[in-house]
Design a protein around this ligand. Structure first.
Ligand SMILES: Cc1cc2nc3c(=O)[nH]c(=O)nc-3n(C[C@H](O)[C@H](O)[C@H](O)COP(=O)(O)OP(=O)(O)OC[C@H]3O[C@@H](n4cnc5c(N)ncnc54)[C@H](O)[C@@H]3O)c2cc1C
Length: 474
C-alpha cells in the first residue's frame, strides 16, 4: 500500500463521526502541525496548520491514510461487509437494467450501478469514456516514511525552502503501534534527473536534501517503511456520471497534496452519493436525484483544484518576483494567528455549501438568514421524542432529521413523512437559538428551513425527489 494522506480535516472527521467510524482515531491522532519554516537556511515563520475551527471538531487529525481506511473497514465489518482484496476490474458494460463488471480473474458481477472509487488511473472512468482533463502542476516529489535518528523535534514539523522551487517537508508520523521515531519526508526532485528512483535512491535524495537544505549532518535512517515518487497533477473528470457509472474520489479529481484535501474530498463525494443512491434504491426518489451528485460535488472539486494549484504555484515558483513575494509576504504572514485561522478554515472544508445548486436554489435567498439551504449544519444537542438527549450527528447518516424548535403541532413533519416515511427522524433542539424547523439531509446539509406549522417542505421534497421510481429489487 502506498503512503499518502496524513490530514483528516474537520469535514472528514465529521463524516466518520456520523458513520460511527472514528473509533480510537481521536485518541491516537496528532492534532495541528506546528511548522517551522526556513528559506535558504533562514528561519521565517512558525505556522500552525490545521488548528481548531469555530463550529467544528477540535482541528485536524494527523493519522496515516492506511489507519483511517482500517477504521472504515472495521465499521463496515460491523455491518457484515468485508472488502475483497486482489480482485481487479478489467471491463464493464451497462444496459437498461444494470451493470456487469468484468473482473480480470474472469468472473462477472451484476449490479444496478458501478461506482468507480478506483483512484487516479480509474478503470471505471476509462470504461465510461469520461475524460480526465488537466495538466501537471509542479515538478516531481519524493516521499519517504522512514524510521530515523536525527535532531528533529518530534513536537514540530519542518519546511525548508531553497531557492524558488525546492522544498523539503518533515513531520513525525503519529504514534501507531510502532515506536515514535517514524518520520515522513516529502521533497521536490528535479524532473531532469533519472525517471525512476528505487528506495535507496529516494533515501539518498532525502539525506542530501537534509544536509543541503536543513543543514542536518547527522542522520541515521534505520528502516525504510515506504517510498514513492510522483508528479503533482491537476485533473478533473469532465463528468461524474455516465448513466449507471459514477466516479468518486481520485477517480474524479486529483490535485496537489498541499493543504491535505484529496482524501477528505473523496469522503465527501462518497457521503453525498451514498444517501442519494439509498433513496433511489428504496424507491423514495427518482433516478434524476443522482444527477445532483455531480452538480453538487464537481463545482466543489473545481474550487479545491484551483485553490491547491494556486497555493502550490505560490510556494514553488521560479520567478524572482514570485519568490520575493513568497519570502517577504506570504511566509511571514503565516506567523499571524488570524492567517493560520483562515487557512485552517479553508482546509477544514466546513464552510463548503451547496447553495445555488439544484437542491438549494437561492432565488429568494438574498435576505435569508444563515444557515441557508445547502449549508452544512454543525452538530447540535437535541432531544428525541421520548425525551432522551442526543446529538444531531448521532442520528444522521442513516436517515434524515427534522429539527424542531419545540415539541408538538408540527405540520411540516407530517408533510415530510409523506415523502420520507421512516427515513425521517424528528428531534427537538436543545439549543434555544433554533427558531425554525430545519430539515437536514443525511450528509448534514440543510435541505429546507421554514415555519414548523407550514407544509411548504412538500414543495422542496417533491422537486428534489421527483416521482419515485419503482423500488429496487435485487
Ligand atoms: C503525498 C500525498 C499526501 C497526501 N496527503 C493528503 C492529506 O493529508 N489529506 C488528504 O485529504 N489527502 C491527501 N492526499 C490525497 C489522498 O491520498 C487521495 O486523495 C486519496 O488517496 C484518494 O482516495 P481514493 O480512494 O479516491 O483513491 P486511492 O487511494 O487511489 O484508492 C483507489 C483504490 O482502488 C483500487 N483500484 C485501482 N484500480 C482498480 C481496479 N481496476 N479494480 C479494482 N480496484 C482498483 C486501488 O488498489 C486502491 O485501493 C495526499 C496524496 C499524496 C500523494
Amino acid at each position: 500500500m502506498r503512503s499518502r494522506a496524513l490530514a483528516l480535516q474537520s469535514r472528514g472527521i465529521e463524516v466518520l463521526d456520523r458513520l460511527g467510524a472514528l473509533g480510537d482515531l481521536p485518541a491516537r491522532a496528532k492534532n495541528a502541525l506546528d511548522f517551522r519554516v526556513y528559506v535558504d537556511g533562514r528561519f521565517l515563520a512558525s505556522f500552525l496548520f490545521g488548528g481548531p475551527v469555530r463550529g467544528g471538531p477540535s482541528g485536524m487529525h494527523g493519522m496515516p491514510q492506511a489507519e483511517i481506511e482500517r477504521q472504515l473497514r472495521s465499521r463496515l465489518g460491523e455491518f457484515g461487509v468485508s472488502v475483497e482484496w486482489g480482485s481487479q476490474l478489467g471491463d464493464a458494460t451497462q444496459d437498461d437494467s444494470g451493470v456487469t463488471a468484468l473482473l480480470t480473474n474472469g468472473s462477472a458481477i451484476r449490479g444496478s450501478w458501478l461506482v468507480g472509487c478506483d483512484g487516479a488511473h480509474s478503470a471505471v472512468r476509462k470504461v465510461a469514456g469520461i475524460d480526465f482533463t488537466g495538466e501537471p502542476v509542479a515538478q516531481r516529489f519524493v516521499l519517504a516514511d522512514v524510521r530515523v535518528g536525527w535532531s528533529g523535534d518530534r513536537k514540530l514539523a519542518y519546511a525548508w525552502f531553497e531557492g524558488g522551487n525546492s522544498v523539503l517537508f518533515a513531520l513525525e508520523l503519529p504514534d501507531t503501534s510502532d515506536s515514535p521515531d517514524l518520520w515522513r519526508f516529502l521533497g521536490t526532485f528535479p524532473l531532469e534527473e533519472a525517471e525512476e528512483l528505487d528506495d535507496d535512491g529516494v533515501v539518498d535524495h532525502i539525506r542530501r536534501m537534509l544536509r543541503e537544505r536543513a543543514r542536518v549532518e547527522e542522520v541515521e535512517i534505520r528502516d525504510v517503511r515506504w517510498t514513492s515518487t510522483f508528479r503533482i497533477q491537476r485533473r478533473l473528470a469532465d463528468s461524474y456520471r455516465r448513466q449507471r457509472f459514477f466516479l468518486a474520489g481520485d477517480a474524479a479529481h486529483i490535485h496537489s497534496p498541499i493543504g491535505g484535501q484529496g482524501l477528505n474530498m473523496g469522503i465527501g463525494d462518497a457521503e453525498n452519493l451514498a444517501w442519494k443512491l439509498a433513496l433511489v434504491v428504496r424507491g423514495l426518489a427518482d433516478d434524476a436525484l443522482l444527477d445532483t451528485y455531480e452538480a453538487e460535488r464537481r463545482p466543489f472539486a473545481s474550487r479545491i483544484l484551483s485553490g491547491t494549484t494556486k497555493a502550490t504555484r505560490l510556494i514553488l515558483t521560479e520567478k524572482p518576483l514570485g519568490r520575493l513575494f513568497r519570502d517577504r509576504v506570504v511566509i511571514p504572514l503565516t506567523n499571524l494567528s488570524v492567517v493560520q485561522r483562515r487557512i485552517a478554515e479553508a482546509a477544514s472544508q466546513l464552510k463548503d455549501t451547496y447553495r445555488g445548486g439544484p437542491l438549494a436554489p437561492q432565488s429568494d435567498a438574498r435576505f435569508a438568514r444563515s444557515p441557508r439551504p445547502g449549508d452544512r449544519i454543525a452538530d447540535l444537542s437535541c432531544e428525541l421524542e421520548d425525551g432522551t438527549l442526543t446529538r444531531l450527528y448521532n442520528e444522521l447518516a442513516r436517515r434524515w432529521v427534522m429539527v424542531l424548535p419545540s415539541r408538538g403541532g408540527n405540520a411540516c413533519v407530517a408533510a415530510a413523512r409523506e415523502f420520507l416515511g421512516d427515513e425521517l427522524l424528528t428531534v427537538t433542539a436543545v439549543d434555544h437559538g433554533v427558531r425554525d424547523a430545519l430539515l437536514i439531509r443525511p450528509d448534514a446539509h440543510l435541505a429546507w428551513r421554514g415555519n414548523p406549522t407550514s407544509t411548504s417542505v412538500s414543495g422542496w421534497l417533491s422537486a428534489a425527489l421527483a416521482e419515485p421510481a419503482a423500488p429496487f429489487v435485487g
